[in-house]
Write a protein that binds this ligand. Structure first.
Ligand code: GTA
Length: 317
């Protein structure tokens, strides 16, 4: 692990984050179905229901993930394991089931509660289809669609207004036009740098996505690139040359934000059909102020996404 604050201190910071008054009632969740699981990511995406006092059922999504190993905990794990069962031995090769003590067998649980039907669909395993969206498609199909239905961005406003995650802020440029807030992403537990993931949320509220960007936004984008890299290097000891800095198109949340992930980490959403490197975006806007209002953009949509249906109805797929 590179230099930076001790993982223990970062864990305490994470635990001090403001949360709902009562903890999520995990023990009373009824399992409805497994939306998706991934052996590679060691994660399960679960649809559950919480039963209220009057018997009412409220949907929840639970993402359960085995967390990465922390180098400094490995020796302790070997020393304090509770059981070791031999599975097979052959010559110099053998495999075991090793049972760690509870303190070393943490599972990261991300909860979306109450979850909407759109959340359930988002995490459900589905076939995907590629769309090639022209600027006309954006104006006639995508924009009206995202204006009529998209995920709430209340969580973004909570961060910008310091109503949530205020003690997790890694850096802020408070300028209302060219400023932003840099916070650890929901997906990162901050215990190790291998899966480092932070997100920069812009202060201004009139930029939905890559499609809205023009040369007017260059100072803002340059600030995010420069100050974001510096802040991450200072706090976590990861140099800018080991950061993947990009935007998603389409994003899930239509308030412009930039992802910062460790270069060695295969974060969800870094595929060619979704990630746009911030430095390339800046260069493209320097070449042509209206670059993102001219060119076609490719992205994938899940088979039952209403936006895919809109493209099909318009004869564009
Ligand atoms: N700090 O409250 C928040 C918060 N929320 C609600 C979302 N984010 C938040 N960060 C903080 N506090 O990186 C983060 C998200 C994401 C970014 C939004 O904001 O973690 P985006 O608009 O481009 O949307 O980025 P994206 O990438 O689709 O969002 P998300 O939720 O990460 O989903 C990506 C896909 O990755 C999902 O469809 C899912 O199937 C897959 N996935 C794989 N592993 C995971 C995982 N561990 N957790 C969540 N999704 C995962």
């Amino acid at each position: 692990m590179a230099d930076g604050p001790a993982p223990k201190r970062r864990r305490e910071e994470a635990e001090a984050a403001p949360g709902p008054a009562a903890p999520f009632p995990l023990g009373s969740v009824r399992l409805r179905r497994l939306l998706r699981d991934s052996a590679r990511e060691k994660a399960a995406f679960v649809h559950g229901q919480v039963v209220g006092p009057a018997g009412e059922e409220t949907d929840a999504v639970l993402i359960l993930e085995k967390t990465p190993f922390q180098e400094e905990k490995i020796e302790e794990l070997l020393r304090t394991h509770t059981r070791l069962e031999l599975q097979m031995r052959n010559d110099i090769y053998s495999t075991y089931r090793l049972y760690p003590p509870p303190a070393l067998s943490e599972i990261k649980a991300t909860v979306v509660y109450p979850a909407t039907e759109k959340h359930l669909q988002k995490y459900l395993r589905q076939e995907v289809h590629l769309i090639r969206e022209t600027w006309e498609d954006y104006k006639n199909i995508t924009l009206p669609f995202i204006q009529s239905q998209s995920f709430s961005i209340q969580w973004v406003y909570n961060i910008l207004e310091k109503k949530a995650e205020a003690d997790r802020i890694v850096h802020e440029n408070p300028d209302p036009c060219n400023g932003f807030v840099l916070v650890p992403d929901l997906k990162w537990n901050q215990n190790q740098l291998e899966d480092l993931y932070l997100i920069a949320l812009i202060h201004r509220r009139d930029v939905k996505s890559l499609r809205d960007l023009t040369a007017e936004h260059l100072p803002l984008l340059r600030n995010i690139l420069q100050e974001g890299k510096e802040a991450i290097t200072k706090r976590f000891g990861v140099p800018g040359s080991q950061l993947r800095i990009y935007l998603h198109y389409q994003p899930s949340y239509y308030h412009l934000h930039v992802h910062f992930t460790a270069l060695g980490y295969d974060a969800p959403g870094i595929s060619a059909e979704r990630a746009h490197l911030l430095e390339d975006v800046i260069d493209n806007l320097l070449l042509d102020a209206q670059y993102y209002q001219k060119r076609a953009l490719t992205f994938a949509l899940r088979a039952d996404e209403p936006l895919l249906k809109k493209f099909q109805e318009a004869g564009r797929v």
